[in-house]
Design a protein around this ligand. Structure first.
Ligand code: OKP
Ligand code: ZN
Length: 320
């Protein structure tokens, strides 16, 4: 299995965020994916591929030019270690206060897109490629950053596959949080089927999307599926939702499956609230392998570096 990884991610290190009116430590840290990389190497995975550069136009397949220019200009206005916490919704093209911007945020987020696209380009008719990247992407909408996400890596890759001639792309979002950005971007199309299993937004971020009633609209009606689970969901509840999702993907028969993979579903994750164990990630991968559809796995969340590492090793060992 090829793994696309860019060590430059370490220069993006948000330190804080505002949560319920208070500053808290920001958990979206370099160690999250450094530990995954180290553990995969220890396990014998050695097919690491560096990212190529892609033109900025790929980002415009998904994001508004106004948002992209705002982010770029904001970064350029900041000094070396300055951390800008967005707070004026609308003026700031951000929908929360948990997504700090630093001088090199644009550059590093763009490099994550490049790594994801490099992985997408390596997809052929029957393989798996893993984009081991950060910052994550699934909360980023067409016009706003949010939830530690700046550019929607998975959505940009879906557009890449459609441009390259794919007729149908499925995105399975297994991060603990609902991918409001990915949902929004493909809400009105039947060419991308977005399916997400996540903590019920009645209790968890992003609060305002992720309900079962959100089924898509226009030609996209029936091509958006939310499977919210209650707090403390364990493998028995999770695997039932996953089995349902896998059946839906099989029936849709996409040319490629993009998996937005977050390890914040692990019982030891400090942000998520499910109870999956290390072993459950092997079972998760086995369920997905049954599909026999080319699979681009894109890293999203997961905030306990050790749990991330154990989960990733089990997931990718079971896939191969
Ligand atoms: C990003 B991803 C909780 C603060 C909430 C936002 C969480 C974003 C998760 N104390 N901050 O989907 O993993
Ligand atoms: Zn998450």
């Amino acid at each position: 299995m090829k793994i696309v990884y860019d060590p430059a991610h370490v220069s993006h290190y948000p330190t804080k965020e505002i949560d319920k009116g208070r500053f808290i430590e920001n958990p979206e840290k370099p160690e999250r994916i450094n530990q995954i990389k180290d553990a995969l190497i220890m396990k014998g995975f050695d097919n690491f591929v560096p990212p190529s550069k892609f033109p900025i136009n790929y980002i415009y397949l998904v994001h508004d030019e106004e948002y992209v220019s705002w982010l770029k200009a904001k970064c350029e206005s900041l000094s070396e270690d300055e951390e800008y916490i967005t707070e004026v919704f609308g003026y700031d093209k951000c929908f929360d206060t948990g997504t700090p911007i630093k001088r090199n945020t644009f550059e590093v987020a763009k490099r994550a897109v490049d790594a994801a696209l490099t992985a997408a380009r390596l997809i052929d008719s029957n393989n798996v490629v893993y984009a081991l990247i950060r910052p994550p992407g699934h909360h980023a909408t067409r016009g706003y950053c949010g939830g530690y996400c700046y550019f929607n890596n998975a959505a940009i890759c879906a557009m890449y596959f459609l441009k390259r001639g794919a007729e149908r792309v499925a995105i399975l979002d297994l991060d603990f949080h609902h991918g409001n950005g990915t949902q929004e971007i493909f809400y009105d199309t039947d060419m991308v089927y977005y399916i997400s299993i996540h903590g019920d937004p009645k209790y968890f971020y992003p609060w305002i999307t992720g309900r079962e009633s959100e089924v898509g609209e226009g030609p996209g009606e029936g091509f958006n599926l939310n499977l919210p689970l209650p707090p403390k969901a364990d493998w028995s509840e999770y695997s039932a939702a996953l089995a349902y999702a896998v059946n839906e993907i099989r029936d849709y028969y996409p040319d490629v499956l993009i998996v937005s993979l977050g390890f914040d579903t692990h019982k030891d994750d400090p942000v998520g609230d499910f109870l999956l164990t290390d072993q459950d990630y092997s079972k998760m991968a086995k369920q997905l392998s049954k599909l026999k559809i080319p699979m681009l796995v894109i890293q999203e969340g997961g905030y306990n570096p050790q749990a991330n590492a154990a989960s990733a090793v089990n997931f990718f060992s079971a896939l191969e």
